[in-house]
Design a protein. Structure first.
Length: 327
């Protein structure tokens, strides 16, 4: 029977779907296997379920000569060398669509928390610094009628914009490689260049993929172009942001606050300077963490894996060119 390695305990729902189709091994720990252990685990495998924390590179693929499918338990696939997979004829699956709403919820949650100084005020209340009702205390930014800048108007960017357009009547600006007619119709969004978006937005929410073009997209000069009252939110990938530049912008008042669900590295060490800044709210990459969403991710991930085991096209394949090279 085909051997499959699942690099973490994904929801049972997915494991139960996969089990009848293969000889299954599931990594039992909370933390990922080291690259060497992963290499050892996949060496006789036909299928691999990977997570965003597992680096799947050419070396790993070469250590698994029978590998016929990689199913990533995530929509983002920046942990996988796609060119190397395609070259070796290995289709790579991901889980798009099902985490859109949950991720947009967290983008809005972080935006609100950062704008309304929720992180620091909760701690102040708990730690005895709530001395009275303070007319000048914990003053934040209002949302209603202000301008939202969406960087990367894909599914999640649009779902975030919809919440803030319909809920708070925000004006929406966006950047994207191509115009997005749906966003222009549904939330009256206007496509602008990044500099215009930074200068005019009160809230900047990042939703682009991590790729060579977006790595370090937000650095010193981008934060300097933003308003001193601006709130910055990142739910995409940590390396899109130069974190030293962000820390400096938050410390100096170049921008008002930030809400992050992703960092570089993950986990971010508790001693990191961003954790010491009261105007920075940091969540441990929980955007897709709802029961419904994680079960749906497990379902799609299992379906992709099973299709790959039987040599069938994956429902959600990020390197479909792999099929052209095969036929
Ligand atoms: C993904 O699937 O890429 C998300 O970051 C997980 O929350």
């Amino acid at each position: 029977m085909a051997r499959v390695f699942v690099a973490r305990r994904i929801p049972d729902f997915g494991l139960e779907m996969i089990a009848p189709h293969c000889e299954l091994e599931v990594w039992p720990e909370l933390v990922p296997p080291s690259p060497d252990v992963l290499k050892e685990k996949v060496k006789d495998c036909v299928g691999l379920v990977s997570l965003l924390t597992d680096k799947i590179d050419a070396e790993l693929m070469d250590a698994a000569p029978q590998l016929r499918v990689i199913s990533n338990f995530a929509v983002g696939v920046n942990n996988i060398d796609l060119a190397a997979a395609t070259q070796r004829g290995i289709p790579v699956g991901n889980t798009p669509g099902v985490l859109t709403e949950a991720t947009a919820d967290i983008a809005v949650t972080l935006l609100l928390a950062a704008a309304r100084r929720l992180g620091e005020s909760l701690i102040d209340a708990k730690e005895g610094r709530w001395l009275t009702w303070d007319p000048r205390g914990w003053l934040g930014q209002e949302l209603a009628g202000r301008t939202l800048g969406i960087v990367g108007m894909g599914r999640i960017g649009l779902a975030t914009a919809k919440r803030l357009y319909h809920g708070w009547g925000m004006k929406v600006l966006y950047t994207a490689r191509t115009p997005k007619p749906e966003a222009e119709k549904e939330v009256q969004a206007t496509r602008v260049d990044l500099d215009t978006l930074l200068a005019e937005s009160d809230f900047v929410s990042v939703h682009c993929d991590l790729n060579p073009e977006t790595k370090g997209l937000f650095g010193k000069s981008q934060f300097r172009k933003m308003k001193p009252t601006a709130v910055f939110v990142n739910t995409s990938r940590g390396p899109v942001v130069d974190q030293s530049a962000l820390a400096e912008a938050l410390r100096s008042g170049t921008i008002f606050a930030a809400g992050l669900d992703v960092t570089d590295p993950e986990p971010l060490p508790p001693s990191h300077e961003l954790f010491s800044l009261p105007n920075c709210v940091i969540a441990p990459h929980i955007a897709s963490a709802t029961v419904h969403t994680r079960n749906e991710m497990a379902r799609i991930c299992a379906e992709n894996l099973i299709a790959g085991l039987y040599g069938k096209p994956l429902s959600f394949c990020v390197n479909p060119e792999v099929y052209l090279s095969k036929h």
